[in-house]
Design a protein around this ligand. Structure first.
Ligand code: MLT
Length: 324
């Protein structure tokens, strides 16, 4: 072995020895993947689709733990204070970037309390309503809101959730407030919409698609720039005359201090998972394409999170909504 290669080999061995023993053999036991919302919603749906190939890649079970409440901040806070050993991971959405503005006393700082592992998938949203909601299109929905104002109830998953962001942006855009009703996730909202007790919700295609295609709810507009092949008959809000675009992004996190070797191991499994043809096909049925591989990195994820926190701060401050 040449002198230089011996030095490199020695340095690599020393780096490995410097890792805690648990990082060298990781993973050896089941991993908890925290979803900071109730079962049945879009974050849960995405996690459930990913969990089988992700478990296979890691060689251990990955168990979803739904910890809903306070717009996801309860579950996120739990992961922030978990042991940084790679056995507690978090799947969260755009709320990671909006909560620092919405909560003046947030019990964690998204930029210092976590290791970013990689971006997962952008997901469009849809405005849906109870089956007997008057009208058939986005203009009808907006007209009803303008006529009925605070008598209209719109569900969301708490301040800091994507559904709340969508509801806030629409109210600000049309300058009309409604009554908002918070749930621990949007999963429990579907029964309320189908039962006619909730008028509207703006939620992601990952959970709304089966309800729309089976005709159990009314769908008024998709919030993507273009129509989706998974819901080809549903026009965008913009093509119906009201420019309104919201896309929810998702990322995976570990508590700050998780050894880099573990972050890299989880990242490698995430990259394989999101490139898996069966998962890609299943996501496509829900109008979702996974992030491109170059965005599924800790660095790209961190840079995007920083940019998103900065992007949403002035918008939400102008909307004037605070959770505390
Ligand atoms: C959100 O509004 O942030 C999510 O839809 C909540 C969920 O995943 O249940």
């Amino acid at each position: 072995m040449s002198m230089i290669r011996r030095v490199f080999a020695g340095a690599a061995a020393a780096a490995l020895l410097a890792l805690p023993a648990f990082a060298q053999s990781y993973p050896t036991q089941a991993i908890s993947l925290v979803v900071p919302f109730a079962p049945g919603g879009p974050t849960d749906a995405l996690a459930r689709l990913m969990v089988e190939p992700f478990s296979r890649e890691l060689g251990v079970s990955v168990v979803i733990e739904n910890l809903g409440g306070a717009g996801g901040t309860i579950g996120v806070g739990r992961v922030a204070s978990a042991r940084p050993d790679g056995y507690t991971l978090l799947l969260h959405n755009i709320g990671m970037a909006t909560a620092p503005t919405l909560y003046r006393r947030l019990p964690y700082d998204p930029l210092t309390a976590f290791e970013t592992i990689g971006l997962v998938a952008p997901v469009p949203m849809v405005w849906i309503g109870r089956p007997n909601f008057p009208g058939t299109n986005f203009a009808d929905m907006l007209a009803f809101i303008r006529e009925n104002g605070d008598k209209v109830n719109v569900a969301h998953a708490g301040l800091g959730s994507a559904s709340q962001l969508c509801a806030t942006l629409l109210q600000a855009q049309i300058r009309q407030s409604v009554t908002t009703v918070a749930f621990r996730g949007t999963g429990p909202v579907f029964a309320e919409i189908m039962g006619g007790r909730i008028d509207l919700v703006c939620d992601q295609t990952s959970s709304t698609t089966p309800y729309i295609t089976s005709g159990r709810v009314k769908a008024f507009a998709i919030t993507s720039a273009q129509r989706l092949s998974s819901l080809p008959d549903l026009p965008t809000a913009t093509e119906q005359g009201t420019p309104f675009e919201v896309t929810v992004w998702h990322g995976m996190y570990a508590p700050r201090g998780t050894p880099r070797a573990i972050v890299d191991r989880v990242n490698a499994a995430l990259r394989v998972t999101l490139g898996e043809p069966r998962l890609i096909a299943r996501l496509a049925e829900l109008g979702i394409a996974p992030e491109p591989q170059e965005r599924i990195t800790p660095e790209a994820h961190r840079a995007f999170l920083e940019a998103e926190i900065a992007r949403w701060r002035p918008i939400l401050t102008a909307a004037g909504e605070y959770a505390d």
